[in-house]
Design a protein around this ligand. Structure first.
Ligand code: UTP
Length: 403
């Protein structure tokens, strides 16, 4: 198992976290932190033909995922007294609609100068005979080269140079579909800086041995993500003396990497491997008819950003509470869907209200009796809610607390 900074329980651990938070806040105040979201994926599981970030997600105001993220960036810029630049990676298929969405919505209050879009690269696929696939008479089928492609597209697009011009040293990376993301968490930044890490990751304990999530481990003297499918059964079910899962540090795709580290990965050749995935790939018949198969008929090639971890000189792996920081929108229904993401948002905001002394009507299961939503521009955490609301504030759902 990798060394993990555990959730703080004792007073002593709280003090250590508070110290890290101060270090992170200083970096934010000094303008050394950029926010970076990868949004180039194709959202095939969700099955929508618009960028995932444009999906309406918040429980009361039905704000889009992009607006929700952008409001967090704006709130953080206000809190730390300077604009925090926001970098957005798209891909060929969703670049134009993503840019248009931001333009149409006045960049959600951010200054366009501080929002930087760039496209990732595309990769050809192969059929099972190892041949390239035509999806039009004059076009080879390609698909985005994976979130790991971001490491190289940051450089090729000029985004990395733009960061350096601004004096950025730390890139806070997240994925567009995590609606609970704690953007630029100063505690995480602080630990990363204190440990002189080059790349860091947040993890949550695996729910059960079978959970399909990559696990951060030490292997060959390096910190690595071992994919779910690569973990041997004896490792998957291994337990600690107290019965807890031994290889439990579930990767939730929240990272910090240093601009210098990204530069170094770009200077090396083939610094990230390609992974193969069997997928259904559209193709032309010899008669020139386009077929969209349901069954897997070929191979796509993708790089994964977490493969960079093992190349970092130092890493920080920090445990967080899943219910406070991780609500991915992957599927249209069921697990990890808009429905579960909305529920988790309501749950978190309910907790903030209760922690700040508000009176919240709860049903028999302990759930708030109607939807509530706290805008990032009202509060980014429970402490801010507490500062802004009178003691004993009575919540009457539906409730929206906005700027
Ligand atoms: P996923 O692997 O969950 O892919 O990406 P996805 O496109 O959202 O959904 P499926 O698998 O097609 O159903 C996790 C994150 O990485 C980004 C996605 O936009 C998402 O934020 N990503 C993925 C990229 O930016 N580029 C890629 O090539 C792949």
């Amino acid at each position: 198992p990798a060394d993990v900074i555990a959730l703080p329980f004792s007073d002593e651990q709280q003090t250590v976290h508070l110290g890290a938070s101060r270090v992170g806040e200083k970096a934010l105040e000094a303008g050394e932190v950029a926010v970076f979201v990868v949004a180039g994926g194709q959202a095939t599981r969700l099955g929508v033909d618009v960028p995932k970030g444009t999906l309406k997600i918040t429980p009361v105001k039905h704000k889009s995922i992009f607006r929700h993220h952008a409001e967090k960036v704006l709130a953080l810029s206000r809190r730390y007294g300077r604009p925090i630049p926001f970098y957005i990676m798209t891909s060929e298929s969703n670049d134009a609609p993503t840019r248009q969405f931001f333009e149409k919505n006045d960049y959600f209050g951010l200054k366009p100068d501080n929002v930087f879009f760039f496209q990732q690269e595309m990769m050809p696929a192969l059929d099972f005979d190892g041949k390239l696939v035509l999806d039009a008479k004059d076009h080879i089928f390609t698909s985005p080269n994976g979130h790991g492609g971001s490491i190289f597209s940051l450089k090729r697009s000029g985004a990395l140079d733009d960061m350096k011009r601004r004096g950025i040293r730390y890139i806070f990376y997240f994925q567009v579909d995590n609606v609970l993301i704690k953007i630029a968490d100063p505690i995480f930044l602080g630990f990363h800086i204190q440990e002189q890490a080059e790349m860091s990751a947040k993890v949550t304990p695996k729910r059960d041995p079978e959970e399909k999530v990559g696990v951060i481990c030490r292997a060959g003297g390096k910190t690595k993500v071992i994919e779910y499918s690569d973990l041997l059964d004896e490792q998957r079910y291994a337990t600690n003396p107290d019965g807890s899962i031994r290889f439990s540090a579930g990767n939730i795709a929240i990272h910090i990497f240093n601009t210098d580290f990204v530069e170094r990965l770009n200077a090396q050749q083939h610094s990230l491997p390609f992974h193969i995935a069997e997928k259904a790939i559209p193709y032309l018949t010899p008669e020139g008819k386009l077929v969209r198969p349901r069954k897997k008929n070929g191979l796509k090639f993708e790089m994964f950003v977490f493969d960079a971890l093992c190349q970092a000189k130092n890493t920080v792996i920090m445990e967080v509470d899943r219910n406070e920081e991780f609500a991915p929108v992957k599927n249209a229904e069921g697990e990890d869907s808009p429905h579960t993401a909305r529920d988790l948002m309501v749950r978190l905001h309910t907790k903030w209200l209760i922690d700040s002394g508000a009176v919240v009507p709860l049903d028999a299961e302990g759930k708030v009796t109607g939807p509530i939503e706290i805008s990032p521009l009202f509060a980014l955490d429970a402490n801010e809610v507490k500062r802004k609301l009178p003691l004993g504030y009575e919540v009457k759902p539906p409730l929206y607390l906005g700027p």
